[in-house]
Design a protein around this ligand. Structure first.
Ligand SMILES: *Cc1c(COP(=O)(O)O)cnc(C)c1O
Length: 429
């Protein structure tokens, strides 16, 4: 299988090139030249397959023999070593809990898979890379956890000082080994700018082999397909299943679309967004209008120019009509997020995180009586304790969960937001 650039179909690369480049030079995104589909037999047997088998069957169809079968199997086994339970919340509405991995958010899965694929190729060539990640909180933690202990890869995570939660800071700074954390005296945008400048700096690139692990990497989308299949394994009825996806950069929803084309009988998707309602607006008006992002309680989805939108356009051949035939839009304001979390807890006892709350409420509003609804619960509520406390004051005790992190020691280096500081740090370490 080759991957082409959404800006130029004649630019085709291998899986290996796609994961190390992350982005094609023309600033498009890598996209599989075809999306394979499974036979009816595969679906007849789905319920009896293990998580590992399903993951392998999916990944193999995209990676072919670029990674030999036993190696790909062990990559998958290490990637999916946690559970993806489908939990009934109320009536026909189910939560697909994606937060049972090391940093309690779905991004763990993509990071674990990407890191192990990179290790595989690097070990073959006895090479080393340095991965630079700028994070506003969640991505950096998942990447740090996913790459911790991976031979041949050093990771430097940049995060803005005083702008990540205490828990997130713990998840960025307590790894040691091949993971270093840099606290930048500046904003997330400064962090991102430092990383971009580093990729363009000739001297740095002559001494270090730099790479990135951001959410547009195709190796993150492949494992994100797995759990749509795991959800169906756990469902009684497969007719009329609607999947509601809390979305920011639309990687998760893109992976859902790929799963559907592989044959998984999802009947509709809901693009569930916070106040950054770029895609719901597109579905309504046919006009794509990116905007500066707005801060919300569901802050991992505060994205004003969703990077995977071009993949969705590719999938639907640029037609808003095609997209509408499969995806409905939905958005929820901050006050309604709190209301939803409070109301769901009161009526069911289930604690939603602010992102999952948007997915849940979308199903409450849009699900027909005879349909089955699944929303992706993308993070554990403990990661957004301050919001949970606002919605459900004084009710919950997450201390034991938090204690798992608090006992670990933070280690980080402080730098200013100037590129010279960052560069000399990289060259010294
Ligand atoms: C990243 C993230 C999202 C958004 O996922 P996309 O694939 O970018 O749409 C939603 N919820 C949480 C908790 C996240 O960390």
């Amino acid at each position: 299988m080759k991957f082409f650039s959404t800006n130029d179909r004649s630019h085709r690369v291998s899986f290996k090139e796609a994961i190390f480049n992350s982005l094609p030079p023309d600033n498009g995104l890598y996209y599989p030249e075809s999306i394979p589909s499974f036979s009816a037999d595969f679906f007849d047997e789905l319920k009896s397959l293990s998580r590992q088998q399903i993951g392998f069957e999916i990944a193999r169809r995209f990676i072919d023999d670029e990674i030999a079968e036993p190696d790909l199997k062990s990559i998958i086994n290490e990637t999916v070593n946690f559970n993806f339970p489908l939990v009934q919340v109320i009536g026909q509405i189910h939560s697909l809990e994606l937060f049972h991995g090391p940093t309690w958010a779905f991004k763990d899965l993509g990071a674990r898979f990407l890191s192990r694929c990179m290790r595989h190729f690097l070990n073959e060539e006895k090479q080393e890379v340095t991965i630079l990640v700028a994070t506003s909180g969640d991505t950096g933690g998942a990447v740090a956890a996913g790459f911790h202990g991976i031979d041949g890869v050093k990771v430097t995570v940049l995060y803005p000082k005083n702008k990540v939660s205490d828990l997130q800071q713990k998840q960025l700074t307590t790894w040691g080994g091949n993971i270093s954390a840099l606290e930048v005296d500046g904003t997330f945008d400064d962090c991102q700018q430092l990383v971009k400048t580093a990729f363009l700096d000739k001297e740095l690139n002559s001494q270090l082999s730099l790479s990135s692990a951001n959410s547009i990497n195709i190796a993150r989308l492949i494992p994100q397909m797995f759990y749509y299949f795991y959800a169906f394994q756990q469902l009684e009825r497969w007719d009329n299943v609607v999947v509601s996806v809390p979305s920011g950069n639309y990687g998760n929803l893109s992976a859902g679309l790929f799963s559907k084309r592989m044959g998984l009988p999802i009947s509709r998707f809901i693009a569930a967004s916070n106040a950054n309602e770029i895609v719901p607006n597109y579905l309504e008006t046919g006009l794509y209008k990116p905007k500066p992002s707005i801060e919300t309680y569901a802050n991992a989805m505060d994205v004003g120019a969703p990077s995977n939108f071009v993949r969705m356009q590719e999938y639907f051949e640029g037609s808003v009509e095609n997209m509408r035939s499969l995806i409905s839009g939905f958005s929820l304001s901050d006050p309604k997020i709190l209301e939803t979390m409070a109301e769901c807890y009161k009526s069911t006892g289930y604690v939603l995180d602010p992102h999952g709350a948007i997915g849940f409420q979308a199903l409450k509003d849009q699900l027909n009586e005879d349909a089955t609804g699944i929303f992706l619960e993308t993070a554990h509520p403990v990661k957004f304790m301050d919001v949970v406390e606002k919605a459900i004051p004084g009710e919950l005790d997450f201390n034991s969960k938090i204690a798992e992190m608090e006992n670990k020691e933070s280690v980080y280096t402080s730098i200013s937001n100037s590129f010279d500081d960052f560069k000399s740090y990289l060259l010294k370490n």
